[in-house]
Design a protein around this ligand. Structure first.
Ligand code: COA
Length: 370
């Protein structure tokens, strides 16, 4: 039988930080409120596109796996913030990597995009259609932050994470998954002015996120709990058999509620929402790579993952780790730094939403802002 073992992994966290204190200079909020309600202390904001971040995470994951880009059969990019509708962003990533023979597609199920993507790519490997795939989650979600909505603008951050999966006969990789979508819940979380419907066609490049936090919170806990119960049952295991739980990082209280329902001690749970906030499709690969860097992943471990996002999509999966937890190689590739501050980066967005941030900008940025 074919399996799809994870043989490479990597992440890219953009260097510019927007801390809660920074945010409190933009909207009426505080570090105390944000941290106590969500667990977030800061988020990374990117000065480069979703595709550029995806490329770097992919380049590093391939080096980690010791796989040449030319040997990759598929590049799949999970993202809500694709660069264009057409062509897809995965083709940009494939070209930049030099993955000459690879098929390339984007997959958008919002925050669950990476879980959906690794499920599809794993099934393609199990079916024997492909041998090696690069599965990336990348988001530049700072572009859709609406600074007039203090209830949602603090929740999200940018970043990318990637894994390489390869065909093997060893029982490893994503062993089983369950994916679903809550009926009639599309309005809870959406970017309404983004799309090709006639009412969306506009020159306005600033996008706004519509958000019903409490409703999403309840559905997230229920959806992920149900999905977890299904994957545990299918694998014939209980929560006690889980060595590590890598949940989507949307809110520390959602993560704690899930862990409580599972009776899973928080020591087994990977939490990085304090550092990254919710990076949507990048959230699980970022958390997984962080756990590997922190030596929390051991050979043969059983890892549970679960995710939730707009749609409202949700799912869970059981991953069996292989025998290697160290990288075979390291990529020297880098993204050139941004010459400015996080306030400079967001200056146009602040101006669009009427936020008075002029005093926070450096002189260079001030002269560029209309
Ligand atoms: C967004 C979220 C953190 C809000 O937490 P909450 O406990 O539900 O807070 P509420 O929305 O009830 O707001 C409580 C109060 O804080 C205020 N408030 C909202 N945002 C605030 C902010 N940034 N700073 C300070 N106060 C704020 C509200 O106005 C409200 O005030 P009121 O009681 O006087 O009316 C929480 O609902 C959540 O995490 N939801 C799910 C996350 C999610 O959807 N992620 C994306 C999908 S994967």
């Amino acid at each position: 039988m074919n399996y799809a073992k994870i043989t490479g992994w990597s992440k890219y966290a953009p260097p510019l930080l927007m801390t809660n204190e920074d945010m409190a200079q933009i909207v009426d909020t505080s570090d105390e409120w944000i941290h106590s309600r969500s667990g977030i202390r800061q988020r990374h904001y990117s000065h480069v596109s979703t595709g550029e971040m995806a490329w770097l995470a992919g380049e590093r994951a391939l080096a980690c796996a010791g796989v040449a880009a030319s040997d990759v059969d598929l590049v799949v990019l999970g993202s809500t913030t694709a660069e264009e509708f057409c062509p897809n962003t995965a083709s940009l990533v494939k070209n930049k990597l030099g993955a000459t023979k690879a098929a390339a597609f984007d997959l958008n199920s919002a925050c669950t995009s990476w879980l959906y993507a690794i499920s599809v790519a794993t099934d393609m490997i199990k079916a024997g259609s492909i041998k090696k795939a690069l599965v990336i989650g990348s988001e530049r979600i700072s572009l859709v932050m609406d600074w007039s909505k203090r209830e949602s603008c603090f929740l999200f951050g940018d970043g990318a994470g990637a894994v390489v999966i390869e065909s093997t006969e060893q029982a490893a990789g994503l062993l089983y998954y369950y994916l679903s979508c809550v009926p009639d819940s599309r309005e809870c979380l959406r970017i309404p002015s983004y799309g090709l419907s006639p009412e969306h066609l506009t020159d306005d490049i600033f996008l706004s996120l519509d958000f019903e936090g409490r409703e999403i919170f309840k559905s997230a806990v229920k959806g992920m709990s149900d999905a977890i119960a299904i994957v545990l049952k299918q694998q014939g295991i209980s929560a006690d058999d889980i060595d590590l739980f890598v949940p989507h990082q949307a809110n520390i209280r959602i993560i704690q509620a899930l862990a409580n329902r599972l009776n899973c001690p928080m020591e087994k749970v990977v939490v990085c929402i304090d550092e990254y906030a919710n990076t949507s499709a990048a959230s699980i690969p970022l958390a997984l790579c962080g756990a590997l860097e922190d030596d929390r992943v051991k050979p043969g471990m059983i890892i549970l993952t679960a995710s939730f996002g707009a749609g409202l999509t949700f799912g869970a999966g059981i991953i069996k780790w292989g025998d290697r937890v160290t990288a075979l190689g390291v990529s020297e590739a880098e993204i050139p730094p941004y010459q400015g501050t996080v306030f400079d980066l967001m200056a146009d967005s602040f101006a669009y939403y009427g936020v008075d941030a002029e005093h926070l900008l450096t002189d260079g940025a001030k002269s560029e802002t209309p």
